[in-house]
Design a protein around this ligand. Structure first.
Ligand SMILES: Cc1ncc(COP(=O)(O)O)c(C=O)c1O
Length: 475
């Protein structure tokens, strides 16, 4: 039966369809936001008032609000109520994101995003307040395209200490995430006459698109248990056009291959560096989650083997949050000016305030604390994932090293990745198949499970649903 709720601020028609009142209320509110009947910034009635008006339990309303806050539709401010989020969740993945459009899954184990509820808001705000209060006025003008000196200094210290990178601040260029860093490198490589870049045959599809958008043809390097097989770097690799080609550059995830989760063998690291030295080729080391190793000390950056031939690339997207859009390149000396010129030419400067804050956050030890905290939390989640699958779904094997924010779960049963993903959606769970990342070659069917993604309170249920999906249990 349709129910109507109104107060003096907004007039809202809510249809609570079906026997499940909470789910009905969630859907009705979500629809109202999506259709624009509840506008961004509108204040929702107090849970008690709406519950009384609809004749349902107050907890039901509170739970429905809580779910919509978790999904990003609503914002809760302690002491002042619940509001429609100013920037409602887009209906599709953000431009350039590799996320498929799954309509608001209740539980999400897709890779690529850390636990956003664990972003250290208070510490970040404290760092921001401090950074802004001491910043001289001129720092608030147009920022240095290389990145603010404070941040480049803090990053150089951190990367040398934590990742073994050979670095001085003058070699660091701050960028809007690795995505911009790769785009700038693509531009510079193309301007230098490069035509071809090798990528791992399973990898981030968005990165292949960025390389292609800058005029580079792709060669795929197979990936096995020892990481990328470098043989195809010299002529003999198969390009996108199907012809034999030598690479001018190679993009790798050596510390923790994305998404297969293996490390690049030391002999292969050396072979790839030798290729770069011999041919003048460029290695791009995407160290997106290098700090997150659980079974031993992280392997240091490959860049240290040949700093004049390897670009080291890092990002705050896994350690803090992707929405910051902060990343960094450590460049061979001859590339610095060209990358900076490309950055200036595209107008893609990086905002000063976030840079100042990150510099303060790193220098004050907040970044190290956050990494230690996240490392422990994600390590526990990975252990729980492995233990739950071993117990409940013994045929589903977890492969890859104990590291990072995702794990590969091989599907041994008859179901395809698409079957499993569709079944998961019926359980309210979003998962992604390995096929989404495959550019070439054959890999056993698997799911790429982003165990870091759910908020802490949602992980247990997300894991239980994954096990149910993999055992074929009905929703
Ligand atoms: C392999 C890989 N590298 C790097 C990144 C980080 O990209 P960005 O810094 O542009 O957010 C991601 C994020 O999903 C990734 O999967």
């Amino acid at each position: 039966m349709p129910e109507t709720w109104a107060n003096q601020e907004i007039d809202l028609h809510l249809e609570l369809a079906g026997p499940r009142v909470r789910a009905g209320l969630e859907t009705a509110l979500r629809d109202a936001v999506q259709a624009g009947r509840l506008r961004p910034g509108a204040r929702l009635p107090a849970t008690r008032a709406l519950a009384a008006d609809l004749g349902i339990a107050r907890n039901t309303v509170a739970d429905a609000y809580g779910q919509l806050v978790a999904e990003g539709w609503l914002t809760a401010r302690t002491g002042s109520g619940t509001w429609v989020t100013q920037h409602p969740v887009p209906a599709r993945g953000a431009p350039g994101s590799h996320q498929p459009d799954i309509t608001h899954p209740r539980y999400d184990l897709r890779p690529g995003v850390p636990d956003l509820s664990a972003f250290p808001r208070r510490a970040w705000l404290a760092a921001e307040r401090k950074a802004l209060s001491v910043a001289r006025d001129h720092v608030l003008g147009y920022p240095d395209p290389r990145g603010l000196p404070q941040l480049r200094l803090a990053l150089a210290d951190y990367l040398a200490r934590a990742r073994g990178v050979t670095v001085s601040p003058s070699r660091v260029v701050v960028c809007a995430g690795f995505a911009q860093g790769l785009a700038l490198l693509g531009q510079v490589l193309r301007a230098r006459g490069a035509t071809t870049i090798a990528t791992e045959s399973c990898g981030h599809p968005g990165h292949r698109l960025i390389a292609e958008a800058h005029g580079l043809g792709l060669i795929s390097l197979p990936v096995d248990a020892g990481g990328a097989v470098p043989d195809g770097l010299s002529a003999g690799g198969l390009s996108t056009g199907g012809r034999s080609a030598a690479a001018d550059a190679v993009l790798l995830t050596p510390a923790h291959q994305f998404p297969l989760g293996v490390t690049l063998r030391p002999q292969r690291r050396r072979a790839i560096v030798e290729w770069a030295v011999d041919t003048g080729g460029l290695v791009i080391e995407d160290d997106y989650d290098g700090e997150f190793r659980y079974d031993r000390q992280p392997v240091g950056a490959m860049q240290a083997l040949a700093p004049e031939h390897v670009v080291y690339a890092g990002t705050a997207s896994k350690s803090l949050m992707p929405g910051l859009r902060l990343g960094w390149l450590v460049l061979p000396a001859p590339l610095v000016d060209e990358v900076v010129a490309a950055k200036e030419a595209t107008g893609g400067l990086t905002g000063s305030l976030d840079q100042l804050t990150l510099a303060e956050f790193i220098s004050s030890g907040g970044y190290d604390r956050q990494i230690r905290h996240a490392r422990l939390a994600y390590r526990r989640r990975r252990d729980r994932l492995v233990a739950a699958l071993r117990l409940q779904v013994p045929h589903a094997r977890v492969t890859g090293i104990a590291a990072g924010l995702h794990a590969l779960v091989e599907l041994a049963g008859p179901d395809s990745e698409d079957d499993v993903t569709a079944r998961a959606a019926r359980h309210g769970l979003a998962v992604e198949g390995l096929g989404h990342y495959r550019a070439a070659g054959q890999y056993a069917p698997a799911l790429v499970i982003g165990y870091a993604r759910p908020p802490e309170h949602g992980f247990t249920t997300a894991l239980a649903r994954l096990c149910a999906v993999l055992t074929g249990a009905p929703p």
